[in-house]
Write a new protein. Structure first.
Length: 134
């Protein structure tokens, strides 16, 4: 893993949370993006080399809506930047980690992403991400 790329935070109300984090972090969100396949709208803040990603559900069936219903707002996942995401997934699976995604898929912020199941990562939902190649 190259670095912690971002911290994902599940929120009920994106506008209120953006205002809160703008005050807290002393900077504005630099990007909003809808990821239809996940039923989520994201908002990114840059803090040094790490980003904060706010995630709000766009429908009641999205993973974020279900997460908030079960656990409430708060820390959703840690995302790590990798090179060769498919090879990394294959290695992690062979090392006994449970994968939510067997193959990378398109995510927000020009990334290919895949998640590891928290039951195999100490109860922490873990995302791998790799910059999409042009």
């Amino acid at each position: 893993m190259k670095k912690l790329e971002h911290i994902g935070i599940a929120v009920r109300n994106l506008e209120e949370s953006e205002a809160l984090f703008a005050r807290l972090l002393g900077t504005s969100s630099y990007k909003r993006e809808t990821v239809e396949s996940e039923g989520v709208i994201t908002s990114f803040f840059a803090i040094g080399d790490v980003k904060i990603e706010l995630l709000a559900a766009t429908n009641a069936e999205s993973p974020i809506a279900k997460f908030i219903e079960k656990k409430g707002e708060g820390l959703h996942h840690l995302a790590f930047e990798v090179d060769g995401i498919q090879e990394r997934l294959n290695r992690l699976q062979s090392d006994g980690f449970d994968l939510i995604h067997q193959q990378p898929k398109s995510g927000a912020d020009n990334k290919n992403i895949a998640f590891l199941h928290p039951k195999s990562t100490g109860s922490v939902l873990t995302e791998l991400c790799e910059e999409k190649k042009a």
